[in-house]
Design a binder for this molecule. Structure first.
Ligand code: CP
Ligand code: NVA
Length: 301
């Protein structure tokens, strides 16, 4: 069973071919209407369940459109509306869904939910974000970096802000794709200890971004964080905002990325988001292409 649960649980050679295939699939659709079918229909006769226990714009729409372009059908399910949210076990839900659908994508809170779904499903399961990781996002990010700046191997990526779930997948990717990753943020929001050894830390953001090929940030308050932490986090993270002054210290051709949704003028200024270094909307688009390639890999198509 080829689940796509995390970057570090997927063979680096497979990750490489998923990204290369995504680029090929993207170029084969150039200029076509979004709803036009791909030339190849690898998901013909396939049904895909997209389960969301948290809000989503990009993940929801890009998976849905991607499945349809490849000839499959989708059902988008809210966790709260399923029996899953009312006491049915994850294992039983996984066994039941496996009788109806060919592939499951789930966005959930606890990583344990994803892992239990994968253990008991007899169809592939894809991680659409948990509190700990967001692997589909980072596949799109690597694809986007390479489109603009060539191979990511050996390049310097700097993450400024909260050491969160998106950072964790960047850390896994740093090992798989062999790039340097620097974390800059307050000690109180350091990444989890399990990621130690995959990145280095520089508390001073101005020093951290020196020589950077890519600067990345994300929201200061994630969906799983208590809203009561908002003010404290803003105070802790204010010095790590990505703004023009910070970008000016990176390499002249450095890119800026953010998985979105962004809080303009909190973690990043609008001038950077809308400026020449920003590739945020290419990143968002590439969720579609990267995930189509992930689904094909999962299904062996
Ligand atoms: N980046 C991302 O996963 O966005 P959504 O929460 O809108 O899916
Ligand atoms: N870190 C963010 C990413 C959203 C796509 C969150 O988990 O809310």
């Amino acid at each position: 069973m080829k689940h796509f649960l995390d970057i570090h649980q997927t063979d680096p050679a497979d990750l490489r071919s998923i990204i290369d295939n995504a680029a090929t699939m993207k170029s084969s659709r150039l200029g076509r209407p979004r709803g036009a079918p791909d030339d190849e229909q690898p998901l013909k006769d396939h049904m895909v369940a997209l389960i969301f226990e948290k809000p989503s714009t990009r993940t929801r729409v890009s998976f849905d459109v991607g499945v349809r372009q490849m000839g499959g059908q989708t059902m988008v399910l809210s966790g709260a509306d399923m029996q899953l949210g009312h006491g049915e076990t994850i294992a039983d839900t996984a066994r039941v869904l496996s009788r109806y659908v060919d592939l499951i994508m789930i966005r959930t809170f606890e990583e344990a939910t994803l892992l239990e779904m994968a253990e008991y499903a007899s169809v592939p399961v894809i991680n659409g974000l948990t509190n700990r990781t967001h692997p589909c996002q980072i596949m799109a990010d690597i694809m986007t970096f390479e489109e603009h700046s060539g191979p990511i191997k050996g390049k310097k990526v700097v993450w400024s802000g909260d050491g969160n779930n998106v950072f964790a997948s960047f850390a896994h990717a740093a090992k798989a794709f062999d790039f340097e990753l620097v974390f800059t943020g307050p000690q109180t929001l350091d990444p989890e200890a399990a990621l130690n050894g995959l990145y280095t830390t520089e508390r001073d953001p101005n020093k951290a971004v020196e020589g950077a090929d890519l600067v990345v940030t994300d929201t200061w308050v994630s969906m799983h964080d208590p809203q009561s932490a908002r003010e404290r986090r803003h105070n802790q993270l204010r010095g790590y905002q990505v703004n023009d002054a910070l970008m000016a210290k990176a390499k002249p051709d450095a890119l800026f990325m953010h998985c979105l949704p962004a809080h303009r003028d909190d973690e990043v200024t609008s001038s950077v988001m809308d400026g020449p270094s920003s590739v945020i909307f290419d990143e968002a688009e590439n969720r579609l292409h990267a995930q189509k390639s992930v689904m094909r890999w999962c299904l062996g198509k």
